[in-house]
Design a protein around this ligand. Sequence first.
Ligand code: NDP
Ligand code: GDR
Length: 354
Amino acid sequence: MNPRLIAAGGTALAKRAFITGITGQDGSYLAELLLKKGYEVHGLIRRASTFNTSRVDHLYLDPHDANASLFLHYGDLSDGARLVTLMAQIKPHEVYNLAAQSHVRVSFEEPEHTGDTTGMGSIRLLEAVRMAGIETRFYQASSSEMFGATPPPQNEETAFYPRSPYGAAKVYSYWVTKNYREAYGMFAVNGILFNHESPRRGETFVTRKITRAVAAIKAGRQDSLYMGNLDAIRDWGYAAEYVEGMWRMLQVDEPEDFVLATGAGYSVKDFLEVSFDHVGLNWHDYVRFDERYLRPTEVDALIGDASKAHAKLGWKATVETPDLARIMVDADVEALRHSGRPWIDSVKLVSWEE
Ligand code: NDP
Ligand code: GDR
């Protein structure tokens, strides 16, 4: 599990990793982990009219700095030629494909874009690896959403029954990853990850939406919180622990697919209760229903069985959902305390979100 390689002259060379989705929640934790392990990390970022690197800014050094080991490259999963160029130039030892249109509700509004990014994006990257002719280990960010309507507990043997364009696109990516493993002998694996959250979670996913609202309500800056289906059950773990599992999947001898999960299910109501309780409030006083947060087809319950990861990778989630909720509330209370008016405005602006 040593990330350094020995070159012909005996010099230690850093292993190179390439991460798509480095600006997202998981990408930022994974970059942090790999840098700590001594990797040279390369990340794919999308060109935007505003800066979109806030989650990795704390890791970034000017490339002219001799200590720089994080390098960012413009590109997009919709641009296959660019991916080939990057693979050929960087020649990474490990590729982590974390980029995706990752919001399930949004995938009903942008199904074609979701298919193009979350589905086709994966085969573009796999093809780029193949066309560049490099030897690398490939991680695909597969999802418990692939199980969809199949009841829990779900593990590596559970049948897929996706319930959204997002889930269906992830099933496609799962199978092409497996196919490239079988067809070309590539070390390509699927990490089938159940929901994992953190203070860096995107603001429109249910956990972060709740914890941000709790902080704003407690501070007297928001009166109510509009939500959809409160009965959905999820297995919410802590993202910082899950990226360690991703890395371990690429360090074993044989490429295999693994589920990562805590093994415990909680409802959205449970998450509301713990989060509001933590600041001494009763969620019933603030939460309102808005049908636009419902999905045309819902995934009722996801609870993972990660015993294979425990047995073969020595990986186990240690942060349970109630503790995670409290970590996230504390972080949002703190963030609010340290920011001024612009943040208040952004709280108001979230009303359009999913
Ligand atoms: P985020 O939504 O936080 O991050 C998504 C990343 O993908 C961002 O860096 C985003 O860039 C990038 N991206 C989106 N579209 C493109 C594109 N066309 N080309 C290049 N980059 C793109 O997701 P998470 O970090 O939460 O999740 C990481 C991966 O794991 C995703 O694939 C997700 O579907 C999957 N997953 C997540 C789970 C979870 O609970 N978090 C569970 C199971 C799977 P930008 O910042 O510019 O928008
Ligand atoms: P999910 O996450 O769909 O599981 O996908 P999300 O947090 O969006 O929803 C979880 C559950 O909460 C219900 N819900 C609401 N959801 C949102 N976003 N907003 C609301 O107001 C709301 N009210 C109730 C939802 O209906 C759902 O049942 C996440 C993503 O990270 C995917 O990329 C990943 O693959 C899966 O987790 C595993």
